[in-house]
Ligand binder design. Structure first.
Ligand code: NAP
Length: 325
């Protein structure tokens, strides 16, 4: 597995980040164990989890599975709150509970799970600084932060002498392309690590669902009502994806992952699997390269680029060349 620099940290991680959200949910501990073994055996050492997954069960499973081999993993977890004003009080307590469930004394990356209303950046960055200085989190970051909010938090960090956020974790795939506006150019300019969740749009880009046909009985679509809607809205793109994959002799998931990993500014796709075979499949996908023409035609078939009327300002929001190199 290829290794990539994690933003400005000086640390390299596997380009495939293993998402564990299904552990303790659709994936039982035995299968999760096989997934973790395969990941470690294949050079995948970047694992993503969160306090909130399966009400804490995901972290507990991971803690048991990583016993004796914690040091082989670059481990990320997250703190989640309902309202931003709760972050300062929750940061240390949530991390402490995560460390207990994960059976470790530190995480490598500690993330604010969502940008929420009523956040107080100086108070939040001061609390994050405490957990870094106590050695309980090596690096800090966030998920789902708008570009300006990320920049604002880091400006506050600099002004109070606190460590900066090094990572923004966001949804990005052929259907959800919002981060192409400002977030990816910001990431390149500022060396922010961008980790992308939902690379297969919960299976819609995996060839798991065929437009116009019923979903397989054991799929996430049986419990996630967004999936049939995403499929119906993107039937043209999904059909193009299925045809391109067939022409190349690879599964559709390989094509979707290959497109995502080659985007400028993307550090790691976060691969969420519920079965061992899905991780085997994803690992193989990281060897696939699409031509520039294939990438362009594929993206065009989805027509999901954020639309802007302004022919001058719109491109500026996607430009990588506004600053002198
Ligand atoms: N920070 C955040 O707010 C946030 C939000 C969501 C997720 N995440 C992170 O991102 C990770 C990935 O998210 P995600 O699970 O939504 O990713 P995803 O890539 O959109 O969906 C994964 C699902 O796709 C299906 N799949 C995967 N590989 C397949 C294959 N080879 N063939 C057929 N189907 C396949 C499986 O569905 P079935 O289970 O139906 O088989 C699997 O559960 C999570 O584990 C979590 O770590 C973060």
């Amino acid at each position: 597995m290829k290794r990539v620099p994690l933003g400005s940290t000086g640390v390299d991680v596997s380009q495939l980040c293993l998402g564990t959200m299904m552990f303790g949910d659709r994936t039982d501990e035995a299968e999760a164990g096989r997934i973790v073994d395969l990941a470690l055996g294949s050079g995948v050492d970047f694992f993503d989890t969160a306090a909130v997954y399966a009400g804490g069960k995901t972290e507990e499973i991971l803690g048991r599975l990583l016993k004796g081999r914690r040091d082989r993993v670059f481990l990320a977890t997250k703190v989640n709150v309902g309202n931003g004003s709760e972050y300062p009080a929750q940061i240390a307590a949530s991390l402490e509970a995560s460390l207990q469930r994960l059976q470790t004394d530190r995480v490598d990356l500690f993330l604010l799970h969502w940008a929420r209303a009523d956040m107080d950046p100086p108070a939040i960055m001061a609390e994050l600084a405490k957990v870094v200085r106590a050695g309980k989190a090596r690096f800090i970051g966030c998920c789902n932060f708008p570009a300006w909010t990320f920049a604002h938090f880091n400006a506050v960090a600099t002004s109070i002498g606190a460590p900066k956020l090094i990572n923004n974790q966001l949804p990005y795939n052929l259907i959800e392309r919002g981060i192409e506006v400002e977030i990816l150019p910001q990431a390149v300019a500022e060396k922010i690590a961008i980790t992308c969740y939902r690379p297969l749009m919960a299976g819609v880009l995996a060839g798991k669902y065929i437009p116009g046909q019923p979903a397989p009985a054991d799929a996430r679509a049986t419990t996630d009502e967004r999936i049939p809607k995403w499929l119906a809205e993107n039937a043209g793109g999904v059909t193009h994806l299925l045809n391109l994959a067939k022409a190349k002799g690879v599964p559709p998931s390989h094509v979707a992952i290959a497109w995502l990993k080659s985007r400028v500014g993307v550090t790691c796709p976060i691969i969420g699997v519920s079965k061992l075979a899905q991780l085997q499949d994803a690992i193989a996908a990281f060897s696939l390269e699409l031509t520039a023409d294939e990438q362009q035609a594929l993206a065009a078939s989805f027509a999901t680029e954020v639309k802007e009327v302004s022919q001058f300002y719109g491109p500026l929001r996607r430009s990588y060349s506004l600053l002198k190199k």
